[in-house]
Design a protein around this ligand. Structure first.
Ligand code: ASP
Length: 348
């Protein structure tokens, strides 16, 4: 970090900026002034190690449980517009869908040579015992690290690869984990320590900013298996015309019930060019579609292996590929290709 290092902070809402109301916690503004007041409570040496920043507050602050792909698009567009004017970026938002935002930003801002750090908090900034100030401090410090060429999540003293992140705790201040990928860095003695060998190299920006809003709702859907699932319920969800692809949340190593009708529905969907990708309902480890006879039919009809990618990564990647409006062969090839280290593949 140099004395001129300048970070852009985008504040979109979420618990960290919320205040109490009669209905419970609600989003609240004036965050620039509130945050600077809180940062002034840090010791002078800690305060002086933080970069200067400009904070932009989104006009419509939201609880991130209402976030949509259009919001991910807006955030990426803001960063792309401001890319040449700042050294790093911090996105502050609610924790509920933070891993989805981080995953989507990783694909949209592919190749970023400036840190894009997503953070939030389990408790509001002004609440007793809040984690908001330390998370923002970590996020600002991470955004000033020139070695970071990717989207990361800064939370609970950890730096995590954004596209491998999942919300893991509803209340614990650790908040997030990367079930299949190692930590990228940690907050040690009030400083960022990066694990250099695990970071992405500087590839040079190759941003892809397609129009997600154009796809409408339910372009990509989730189809989690449950015992006794009927082919009919899958058909009703999957065969709607607006559905362009689905994440199949399979059993174990990539299995589904022995049900010819169910496989037939999936084959029909493939016949219509819908992209289907399979992941496991187990939080750790990859799928290996076709390893068991129970999953062999999936490989035959062309279900793509999500390997050890998270649900959030597979969903946002499918959405991204569909929005780019290329032919099916290109989409399938790109899906199977690691674009931003979203396939952790045995890194743990
Ligand atoms: N519901 C809140 C949100 O996602 C939760 C949080 O921020 O922790 O905006």
């Amino acid at each position: 970090m140099t004395p001129e290092t300048h970070i852009l902070v985008l504040y979109t809402g979420g618990t960290l900026g919320m205040v109490e109301s009669e209905q419970g916690l609600v989003t609240a503004g004036d965050f620039d002034q509130r945050l600077r007041k809180a940062l002034d409570q840090l010791s002078p040496s800690r305060r002086s190690r933080l970069p200067i920043f400009t904070l932009r507050e989104f006009p419509q602050l939201i609880d991130s449980s209402s976030a949509t792909p259009a919001d991910w698009q807006t955030i990426a567009a803001e960063i792309a517009d401001a890319y040449d004017s700042f050294d790093g970026f911090v996105v502050l938002q609610g924790t509920d869908t933070l891993a989805w935002t981080a995953s989507s930003l990783a694909f949209q801002l592919k190749g970023t040579a400036r840190p894009v750090v997503v953070s939030g908090a389990q408790l509001p900034l002004e609440a007793a015992g809040s984690d908001a100030l330390t998370n923002v401090e970590l996020a600002l410090a991470a955004a000033a690290q020139p070695m970071l060429n990717e989207v990361v999540v800064a939370f609970g003293g950890q730096l995590l690869r954004g596209v491998c992140t999942r919300k893991w705790f509803t209340q614990d201040h650790r908040g997030f984990t990367t079930p299949n990928a190692p930590l990228l860095g940690e907050w040690v003695d009030d400083r960022v320590v990066l694990y250099a060998g695990r970071l992405l190299d500087d590839q040079g920006p190759a941003f892809e900013l397609p129009d997600y809003a154009r796809l409408g709702q339910d372009a990509i859907i989730r189809l989690p298996l449950y015992p006794g699932i009927s082919a009919e319920s899958v058909r009703v969800q999957l065969m709607r015309t607006q559905v362009k692809g689905a994440v199949l949340e399979l059993w174990g190593s990539g299995n589904l019930p022995e049900d010819a009708e169910l496989l037939g529905v999936l084959a029909d969907a493939r016949g219509e060019g819908k992209l289907l990708a399979g992941i496991s309902q187990c939080p750790h480890g990859p799928v290996s579609i076709g390893h068991y006879a129970a999953g062999a039919g999936l490989a035959t009809i062309g279900v793509l292996s999500g390997d050890d990618m998270t649900l959030e990564a597979v969903f946002t990647k499918l959405l991204h590929l569909v929005a780019l409006n290329q032919d099916e062969a290109w989409q399938r090839e790109r899906f199977l290709m690691p674009l931003v280290a979203e396939r952790a593949s045995g890194l743990l």
